[in-house]
Design a protein around this ligand. Structure first.
Ligand SMILES: [Zn+2]
Length: 432
């Protein structure tokens, strides 16, 4: 790595300049929140991508809009638009990329403010997506603009992207771009994803996910003579009993070496996502008296880096095969819906180390290294882009994501913007 001398005084000035952008970061966050990019179905992506793209075009960035044609959910009504903005420096060098998803989840019930008005109150901006993660996107834009405006002759390239569909798996967003080389060397070297993980924490990875649908089968009969049929729901009950008393305790006893937060997520977990058995319930009148011939269960299994995916699946198959052998009439089908391997970046790698050092400098306390209980777009950067030097770092409290009255702290946005500016400077110049 080449090292470019930058005077500490100039660096300090660039960081301090972020405080003067307080109103700007608030205004930008409010503008972004004002575009209701609700996913599903994936509304208004183009308007949001253009808000980011046109702003950065005026700052000298080269702008690309990429529609993820043919990706799940992409249609002329709901096109999957992504924006990538690129700013080349004075000399060749590495590329630091800030990636934010522009989609938000549905507001849901329980709001005391308009979820898309960007209400500013008590040092916070309220609204759907403020925390997850338009506040992080705004902070990264302010950080990069401050760096460019500092007048420091920085080598290398700064990139900012706003991508679709993170909330539904990222296939029309980062995965689509990664498959086309947008998240690989030599184009990109270091990636920071400003997901809401708190201003003093560096997130280096996440647990794995395995979703499956398990169906038990029965035989239909009249509900007054259940002995003439075979209830799929009772078979499912037998399976759930085994999951509860056998698999559950086993999973709870496994603890990861990965620093997953909150602590409860440091063990392996299983959520029964949904269960459907028998005939659909009629909206009016009484249900038909019928023995259920089918029952379906969706499991959401989050697993540790220490657990191979084969083992995760195998534990379900073993219980199901046991039941098929021992329980008269037990028949089942297992269908895998979705699988993501755990991801872990090197905490001593360039981007994690530079960000941790910047946190110490800006906040005056040591950074905490953590891993996320759920997945986010880092998986695509890692697996498809083959880029290991990727972390999540951004303002906002993770617990507020997807909740009513979601908010992001304005001071937190400014602090994280300072950290991003410093980290980017370190990565571009090679200075420690
Ligand atoms: Zn998010």
């Amino acid at each position: 790595m080449t090292t470019v001398a930058v005077r500490p005084h100039t660096i300090e000035k660039a960081v301090e300049a972020i405080d003067a952008r307080r109103d700007e970061v608030v205004a930008l966050t409010r503008e972004l929140v004002g575009i209701p990019t609700v996913n599903p179905p994936g509304e208004h992506y183009q308007a949001c991508a253009e808000l980011v793209g046109e702003r950065l075009r005026r700052r000298g960035f080269e702008i690309s809009y990429v529609r993820a044609e043919g990706s799940p959910g992409d249609s002329d009504r709901y096109p999957r638009f992504n924006v990538v903005a690129r700013h080349e420096g004075a000399a060749p060098g590495p590329c630091v990329h800030f990636n934010s998803h522009i989609d938000v989840v549905v507001p849901g019930e329980g709001w005391t403010v308009d979820p898309f008005a960007g209400v500013v109150k008590d040092g916070r901006v309220y609204g759907r997506g403020t925390c997850d993660m338009k506040g992080g996107l705004a902070a990264s834009i302010i950080a990069v603009e401050a760096l460019i405006d500092s007048g420091i002759d920085l080598p290398g390239t700064l990139e900012i992207s706003g991508t679709a569909d993170e909330e539904s798996g990222g296939y029309g967003g980062v995965a689509y771009l990664a498959e086309r080389g947008w998240f690989s060397k030599p184009r990109v070297d270091h990636v920071i994803i400003p997901e809401p993980l708190n201003v003093d924490r560096v997130c280096i990875g996440h647990r794995g996910v395995w979703w499956a649908e398990i169906e038990t089968k029965g035989r239909i009969a009249h509900g007054s003579m259940p002995f003439l049929g075979d209830s799929a729901i009772r078979h499912m009950g037998a399976l759930m009993e085994r999951l509860e008393h056998e698999l559950g305790p086993k999973l709870a006893s496994r603890r990861s070496e990965m620093p997953v937060v909150p602590d409860g997520a440091r063990t392996s977990t299983l959520n029964i996502n949904s269960i459907h058995g028998g005939q659909p319930e009629p909206k009016e009148g009484l249900p038909a008296p019928i023995v259920a011939d089918s029952c379906r269960l969706v499991v959401d299994r989050r697993f540790l880096i220490e657990e191979p995916l084969d083992q995760v699946k195998g534990e379900f198959v073993e219980i199901l095969e046991d039941l098929a052998r021992d329980r008269p009439g037990f028949r089942y089908a297992l269908r895998e819906l979705f699988a993501v391997e755990p991801t872990l970046a090197d905490r001593d790698g360039p981007v994690a180390a530079a960000t941790a050092r910047a946190i110490q400098k800006v906040l005056g306390r040591p950074a905490q290294f953590i891993c996320s209980p759920g997945t986010y777009d880092q998986k695509h950067v890692d697996r498809i882009g083959k880029l290991k030097d990727c972390i999540a770092y951004g303002p906002g409290v993770l617990d507020l994501a997807h909740q009513p009255d979601e908010w992001v702290g304005i001071d937190d946005m400014l602090d994280s913007a300072k950290v991003m500016t410093l980290a980017a400077m370190t990565l571009l110049t090679g200075a420690a």
